[in-house]
Structure formats: structure tokens, C-alpha cells
Design a protein around this ligand. Structure first.
Ligand code: HPA
Length: 256
């Protein structure tokens, strides 16, 4: 059995993993500095699972200031090889309304000014990793299959547009993203996915739709409130234990 079967990174509204047992907190110091908070390692359905709250456990780190490199390096240092990124997002196209769970297969990066590579420091080897398929196909396939076996509704595919935040988008920005082909919008999908590829981690995104993106819903001038976001994330997250349980079961000893 692998040391840590799965590392989960929680996004907005997801600051701990329900049902994680015998939890130990680690604060690994990485070559990139400190992670957003402690990595909590415990047992979930007989598997070792690591959890890290991307924005910190008190949601104190905004998307553009997250030390994405340290977060991933901390998980890797603890032995994680697979990362499931939980991302709270807005929905842009029809199939991605509030409370939908989705496993996107593409992304577009609109972020700027973030440290987005391992080769930032002078003297480090320059990497040009393949990123045509930004999420690990085998991990995505396992997530989708786990959802089917657990009876959890999940949209297979979609394009995640990563914006800078922390403000939400204008209607014109969302209209442009729709024309670009984005189905979902969030603020933390990049550089995390690109860094995971550079680090050789298996990485997939489980997007939790919290709201219609600006102007995308049936009521065009609807104001997005934090309370709606949190309520919808909480409701959709009710499916997470079943989905994670089914995912971990797929990797039970002998089936790796
Ligand atoms: N835009 C960007 N990020 C988000 C949104 C949104 O509408 N909802 C939740 N995260």
C-alpha cells in the first residue's frame, strides 16, 4: 500500500475532511517556504489521506498570495503522489449550475503575477512540461468511475478558467470567458495544476459549483453573496464522503 493514498486540497468553504480519523498535524518546512497551514494526515476508510486547506484553516490567504509551491511540496514531502484538488467555482455554461460537482478536463489560465513554476530561481533547470492535458487522465478516470459507483452525480469534463481574484468577475469578463470556451471560473486552479505537473504529481480537480458566474444564470443581474457560495458548497459537499470512499476503495491493496 502507498504511504499516503491521496492528498486532498480543500478550497473555499472546505477546511477539513469529515470522517478523517487518528489525525496528526504536520507543518513541513519546504524549500519554497511554508504551506498555507498544517497538513492533517489521518485514516479514511482504511487508507492514509492527507488534507490541506488551500487558503489556510481560517481562510486567511487570498488566491493570489497562496504559496502553491509550498503547499504541493509539503504534500509531496509527506509521501503523497496523487492530489485531488477541491475547487469552489462559479458556473458559466448550462450544465454547471450551483451545487453541481464536476471533474474538468481542460483549463485556461488568466492569472498573472503569481509564482507559477519550479524554475523561478536563477540556476534552476528550465522545465517545459507537456500540459496539453492539464489534469492526470488516469486520476480523472478514477474520480469519474468512483462517482458512478457511489451514485454521486458528477459532470465529466469541462474547461476551468482561472482568474486572478480576489474580486469576482464582471459580466463582460464572464461573457469573454464563455466565448473562450470556459465552463467554470475559479481563482485557484492555476498555477496549482501546472506546478503539480512540474513536480510529477498526479493531479485532478473536483470542482464544486457555488454560484452562477456573473451574468451567467437565469437572473442576469443577480448579486453573488458569500452566504450563497458557502451554503451551496456545504450542500454539494454532502456527496464528498461517498465519492472519496469509492475513490479510495478503487486503490485498495492489490488494485493499485
Ligand atoms: N468566480 C470566481 N471564483 C469563484 C466564483 C466565481 O463566480 N465562485 C466561487 N469561486
Amino acid at each position: 500500500m502507498r504511504d499516503i493514498a491521496l492528498a486532498v486540497i480543500g478550497g473555499t468553504g472546505l477546511y477539513k475532511l469529515a470522517d478523517l480519523r487518528d489525525v496528526q498535524a504536520h507543518e513541513p518546512d519546504t524549500r519554497f517556504g511554508r504551506a498555507s497551514g498544517p497538513v492533517r494526515v489521518g485514516m479514511l476508510g482504511g487508507h492514509r489521506v492527507a488534507f490541506l486547506a488551500r487558503h489556510g484553516e481560517g481562510h486567511s490567504v487570498p488566491p493570489h498570495r497562496i504559496n502553491y509551491r509550498a503547499n504541493l511540496a509539503a504534500l509531496q514531502a509527506l509521501g503523497a503522489t496523487r492530489v485531488l484538488a477541491l475547487n469552489t467555482v462559479g458556473g458559466i455554461t448550462e450544465r454547471f449550475g450551483p451545487r453541481v460537482l464536476a471533474c474538468p478536463d481542460q483549463l485556461i489560465d488568466y492569472t498573472w503575477g503569481r509564482v507559477s513554476t519550479l524554475c523561478e530561481e536563477p540556476g534552476t533547470d528550465v522545465l517545459h512540461v507537456d500540459f496539453g492535458e492539464p489534469y492526470t487522465a488516469s486520476l480523472r478516470a478514477d474520480v469519474v468511475a468512483a462517482a458512478v459507483s457511489a451514485g454521486v452525480p458528477l459532470v465529466d469534463g469541462g474547461c476551468y478558467g482561472a482568474t486572478q481574484g480576489p474580486r469576482l468577475e464582471t459580466r463582460a469578463e464572464i461573457a469573454r470567458m464563455r466565448r473562450d470556451g470556459c465552463d467554470l471560473v475559479g481563482m485557484t486552479g492555476m498555477p496549482e495544476a501546472g506546478l503539480a505537473r512540474e513536480m510529477g504529481l498526479d493531479y485532478a480537480c473536483l470542482a464544486i459549483v457555488a454560484n452562477w458566474a456573473a451574468g451567467a444564470g437565469p437572473q442576469v443581474d443577480e448579486v453573488i453573496t458569500l452566504q450563497d457560495v458557502l451554503d451551496n458548497v456545504e450542500a454539494a459537499s454532502a456527496h464528498l464522503p461517498a465519492l472519496l470512499g469509492a475513490l479510495l476503495d478503487r486503490w485498495s491493496e492489490g488494485a493499485q
